[in-house]
Design a protein around this ligand. Structure first.
Ligand code: NCD
Length: 311
């Protein structure tokens, strides 16, 4: 399956480095994999003879499973690297561990790490392709792409839309990848959350800042509801979860005041009753399960494109 425009990158480190045309070519490529995502019996051979290692130094369920499944569906061999039982815990450096894994003949490394820039470091040292599956609060490019794909699928376009990223912007790599991708494709982006969770420097990325969700609701075509990253917060950033929910929780009542046809996205895992209510998460405005299916297609597209650039 060919990409619509030439893709020459061995690595996908972030959406910041990509052009709008490269992003669109990946979305189109992902679209072409959607039928095989929906058919679990479909076995492709695009990556037969290739091997992909999942190198996850941070907790992950859906992203790790999604990358593993994407690689297997394309016929690749997948190695899941368990950090707990590895030589990293014996003092081996991160780069040495990765080089040793590469010496086993790995073509692609999918890496998640709490330290921003880790995938970039690996990309400098390995011949294999590197895909960033989340580096600290920096970027999570495949999540950004699957959000873009879901918006394009549901609303038919991205250019000219107003998209609000709601919640914990400060600690969110999903927010940063969304901002880069959405702005490149011509959307207007509003980041909305408590002042303590919206860093002032975010304006330099070209987004608008709002702290009152109710005031922007009627303008937004999309609400992308981000999880409060409690595990990354050093101390309390707001008085309590109930107050947060009162001001920023996406409820049926708030949706009734939103633009007609508003699309609700959430990268997951969702804290039901904190960022959004179960009736919204499971309701007709929500595309959370489509996001998961699209995530598989995006990861198939990214692995296929990068492996082919590795040669
Ligand atoms: C996101 C992440 O890890 O950054 N989740 C994911 O990839 N499944 C968002 C989150 O954890 O809130």
């Amino acid at each position: 399956m060919a990409l619509t425009s030439p893709w020459t990158h061995r690595h996908l480190l972030g959406l910041e480095q990509l052009t709008a045309a490269e992003i669109v070519s990946l979305l189109d490529h992902a679209d072409s994999f959607l039928p095989s995502c929906k058919d679990p019996g479909a076995k492709r051979t695009d990556l037969a003879g290739k091997s992909v290692v999942n190198l996850f130094f941070e907790n992950s369920t859906r992203t790790r499973v999604s990358f593993g499944l994407a690689a297997r569906r394309l016929g690749a061999e997948v190695i899941d690297f368990a950090v707990g039982g590895s030589s990293v815990s014996k003092g081996e450096t991160f780069v040495d561990t990765a080089r040793n894994i590469e010496a086993l003949g790995i073509h692609m490394v999918v890496v998640r790490h709490s330290c921003p820039g880790t995938p970039h470091l690996l990309a400098q040292h390995l011949r294999a392709g590197v895909v960033n599956a989340g580096d600290g609060a920096h970027e999570h490019p495949t999540q950004g792409l699957l959000d873009l794909l879901t918006i394009r699928q549901r609303l038919g376009r991205i250019e000219g839309l107003t998209v609000a990223l709601v919640g914990d912007i400060r600690h969110s790599r999903v927010a940063r990848s969304n901002i880069h991708g959405l702005l490149k494709l011509g959307a207007r982006v509003i980041v909305c959350g408590p002042p303590t969770l919206v860093p002032p420097e975010i304006c330099a990325m070209g987004v608008e800042v709002a702290h009152d969700l109710d005031r922007i609701l009627s303008e937004c075509h999309v609400l992308n509801v981000l999880r409060i990253q409690f595990e990354r917060q050093k101390g309390p950033n707001f008085p309590g979860v109930r107050e947060y929910f009162h001001l920023y929780g996406v409820t049926k009542e708030r949706l009734a005041r939103a633009r007609q046809g508003v699309l609700v996205l959430a990268p997951g895992p969702i804290n039901r009753g904190v960022e959004l209510t179960p009736e919204v998460a499971d309701g007709p405005s929500s595309a959370v399960l489509d996001q998961v299916t699209n995530g598989l297609a995006v990861r198939m597209a990214v692995l296929d494109a990068c492996v082919k650039a590795v040669g």
